[in-house]
Ligand binder design. Structure first.
Ligand SMILES: [Zn+2]
Length: 93
């Protein structure tokens, strides 16, 4: 399945497509490089791909994996997490 990572940062808008299992996966080294280039392709830049408004609401995201690489989190999982957190907050009131 194609996962889209999109948003806006210090350098403007970014959008890349990474192909992998629907439930998420650890990025290959070439996928990591593709993501790095999309976030910041400037070798001596110190931004780290951050700043700006961040990921789009419907974007997949990445998190550190257990082996020190990056794991792709599908957009649907992020929406499900947000809904669950909202439910927990409502229950706490
Ligand atoms: Zn940069």
């Amino acid at each position: 399945m194609n996962h889209i990572i999109s948003g806006g940062n210090f350098h403007g808008e970014f959008r890349i497509v990474l192909r992998g299992p629907a439930g998420g996966f650890v990025l290959s080294k070439s996928q990591e490089r593709k993501l790095d280039r999309a976030l910041c392709g400037i070798s001596d830049c110190k931004c780290g791909g951050g700043y700006g408004r961040g990921a789009d609401w419907d974007s997949a995201e990445t998190e550190m994996s257990d082996d020190g690489g990056l794991r792709l989190v599908p957009a649907l999982d992020i929406a499900a997490r947000a809904a669950r957190e909202e439910e927990l907050q409502r229950a706490a009131i």
